[in-house]
Design a protein around this ligand. Sequence first.
Ligand code: CTP
Ligand code: MG
Length: 185
Amino acid sequence: MELYAVVAVAFWAMLPAYVPNNAAVLAGGGRPIDGGRTLDGRRLLGDGKTWRGTAAGWLAGALLALVLNALQPTAADLSGVALPVFPLAIAVTFPLGAMLGDIGASFLKRRTGRQRGAPFPGVDQLDFVVGALLVALAVDLLGSLSWFSEVFTLPVLVVIFVLTPVLHVGTNVGAYALGLKDEPW
Ligand code: CTP
Ligand code: MG
């Protein structure tokens, strides 16, 4: 596959895992998931992980996957790239995996003494990627979909792990500049 095709597949496949974070920032607030509970004197997750933000992120990602499915024939035609279609089980669970990865990272941040919003380089940029990919892999194996290995070839995975941190830093600096986020990471 040509490099541009690898990048196009990587970006298209990951969009439903990228959008949940941004939707959560826009919709976040209200009751924290951990309900204020602590572990060893530190918050379990912190006030930055809310039910509303998580639900909004999940929903936005799942809806986007369905929209991409509807656009796929046209986009594939125009680009000449065999862009992936998301099986329903993946469309629903992939963005949830992204949110769970982000929540898992907050759990780790609190255990390592980082306050809400403190940067955790590497983890901040890839937590949602790892969460989404692991959940998609599990769903794929459970449902014998053989979708995961078809879409996430080694070159596509390499591009994802290089491209995502760049996009993540870029969008967060943008969201910070627009006053939507409290920190630029
Ligand atoms: N958010 C949310 N629920 C989530 C994820 C994010 O409500 N599951 C919202 C919160 O308002 C959060 C903002 O999106 O403050 C930014 O998300 P993130 O950077 O992940 O959270 P932080 O506030 O930086 O907290 P943490 O240190 O735990 O990452
Ligand atoms: Mg943060």
